[in-house]
Design a protein around this ligand. Structure first.
Ligand SMILES: [Zn+2]
Ligand SMILES: [Zn+2]
Length: 521
């Protein structure tokens, strides 16, 4: 069987990819030279779902220990989710957690997107809910917000007894065509409507948990002056503004990109020095945005889902200064994605009609929404100065897919490096044009960005963590909403919302004997 020694883009054209089982995906598990991924020279096809699939690069990165304190001048970027939907065992849906140290004042932290499965990784990384109160949604697809339900509902039962803030785009403004018996209409498809409906949908859940305290005494709600966000309207629903179930959307005018100074600021906190701006990207329907975080001379961009477009390029140029980390999505070639989806390694393994239908569907998804591998390389070739580190995300990583993608990128930026050591000692210098570093994101990959170096690490976590330490939860609490005034239940009245008439008591009231131990044993 032919081994692909040093794949050129020509070797990876659709025609070659599909010309027969000899070029099946198993054969594409390349020894991508310089990729840091020593692939196997296998002739065995590896369809999606094959249990032997690995992402060797991530497995071999230097390790990171959760709760390692931030250094004062560190921007830390953790991929709590990194995949293309649906979630995989190895990759939750998207979420990027950005933390900054105290070089400019207080530390600060932000969640960008929170798709299905990411709560598992926040928990494994020991991030308490009190540090998960600022969520920036790039767009309102489920794979970017599914776990909002969990974060909102569960936070006040732990240590976020303070409001939840959700940034995201305002309504798209698209007029929906007449459909069935519904006339043409303008839906409110913006972030505030999402939050209003989420708040209402979780009424039973939030009331039920309100036998516990849900707010702190004397809590100062962040103000628009303190965070300089652009939406005055405050929380949805009828919750007190400082309550843990107060859900505060901050809608962004997704058309803005800083053409007029300050017209695209989502958040600026003088106390921590963090500024977050937004810019429009092209994804599926009008309204998707990318974000840029600037702090202490460091900067990162997270495009989220988008087709290749000029705003990401211009934002990454950053007025000639460049950005330190450029996180941008990438999608597999449509035919590879189709084969992976169908669990095949050659189109001939399914009926022609199935292949054609699935392939056309994948092409339509790409064209409405996503950035092909070569287009990602082209974008990088247009960004001057190049980012210190480019990260491809929202990508189904494995040794074969990343090797394939690296070759596509190198067609446009031949000198780019994918360094398996995870240590970028660049002295803070942006690379020469056409060179620089790239990586692919996997879950629990940690980027530690410093003024003079970037460390790419793999967090080592327990699969059996309990909830993060909720220390702040037990100080300065207000009485719960459902309170019986009983001093023996200072943390809430567990009986207020239940009918105990059929409960089996620990001690039989008639005989005085124990049915079971009241202490849980
Ligand atoms: Zn999307
Ligand atoms: Zn997505």
């Amino acid at each position: 069987m032919k081994k692909i020694e040093s794949a050129t883009s020509d070797a990876l054209t659709r025609r070659n990819l599909l010309k027969g089982s000899g070029m099946a995906l198993g054969g594409l598990v390349l020894a991508g030279s310089g990729s840091g991924c020593e692939g196997k020279d296998s002739t065995v096809p590896t369809p999606s779902g094959d249990a032997t699939q690995q992402f060797t690069y991530l497995a071999n990165l230097p390790t990171f220990t959760p709760r390692t304190p931030l250094e004062p001048n560190e921007m830390r970027i953790t991929f709590m989710g990194s995949g293309f939907p649906p979630p995989r065992r190895a990759q939750a849906e998207m979420s990027v957690f950005v933390e900054v140290g105290n070089a400019k004042g207080e530390p600060d932290q932000f969640i960008f997107d929170c798709g299905s499965g990411v709560s598992t990784n926040y928990n494994a990384m020991n991030i308490p809910f009190s540090r998960m109160d600022k969520i920036f949604l790039n767009h309102l697809h489920g794979d970017h917000m599914n776990d909002l339900t969990h974060i909102y509902w569960m936070g006040p039962a732990s240590d976020r007894k303070s409001p939840l803030y959700v940034w995201g785009p305002k309504r798209s403004g698209i007029t929906c065509p007449a459909w069935g018996t519904t006339p043409a209409t303008n839906y409110d498809d913006g972030t505030r409507a999402l939050c209003e409906n989420l708040r209402a949908a979780l009424r039973w859940a939030t009331e039920s948990f309100s036998f516990q305290t849900t707010s702190y005494a004397g809590y100062d709600t962040p103000t628009r002056q303190g965070w300089q966000y652009p939406d005055k309207r405050g929380p949805v629903g009828d919750d007190p503004p400082a309550d843990g179930y107060a859900l505060t959307p901050i809608e962004l005018d997704w058309t803005k990109f800083g053409e007029t100074e300050g017209d695209n600021v989502a958040y600026y906190n003088p106390a921590t020095g963090v500024k977050i701006t937004h810019f429009p990207v092209i994804h599926n329907r009008k309204g998707s945005v990318g974000y840029k975080v600037e702090w202490n001379g460091l900067s990162m961009i997270y495009s989220s889902d988008t087709k290749p477009e000029v705003n990401s390029i211009n934002q990454a140029k950053n007025g000639g200064q460049g950005v330190d980390v450029f996180i941008h999505e990438m999608i597999l070639p449509a035919d590879v994605l189709t084969m992976k989806t169908l669990r095949i390694t050659d189109p001939s393994q399914v009926p022609q009609q199935v292949w054609n239908g699935a392939l056309q569907s994948a092409i339509a998804v790409q064209n409405s929404s996503h950035t092909p591998q070569g287009a990602y390389g082209y974008l990088l070739s247009q960004i001057t100065p190049p980012p210190r580190l480019a990260v491809a995300t929202h990508f189904t990583v494995a040794d074969d897919t990343t090797a394939l993608a690296l070759n596509s990128v190198r067609t446009h930026v031949p000198g780019i490096t994918w360094d398996p050591t995870g240590i970028i000692q660049d002295g803070g210098q942006h690379p020469a044009s056409g060179a620089g570093n790239i990586t692919w994101s996997g879950d629990l990959m940690v980027l530690r960005v410093f003024p003079d170096r970037i460390l790419v690490q793999r967090a080592v976590v327990s699969d059996y963590t309990y909830q993060p330490y909720p220390g702040a939860a037990y100080a300065n609490q207000n009485p719960p909403k459902y309170d019986d005034g009983d001093p023996s239940t200072p943390y809430g009245d567990p009986y207020a919302q239940i009918d105990s008439s059929t409960a089996v008591p620990a001690k039989d009231p008639d005989t005085g004997k124990d049915n079971y131990r009241a202490d849980g044993y």
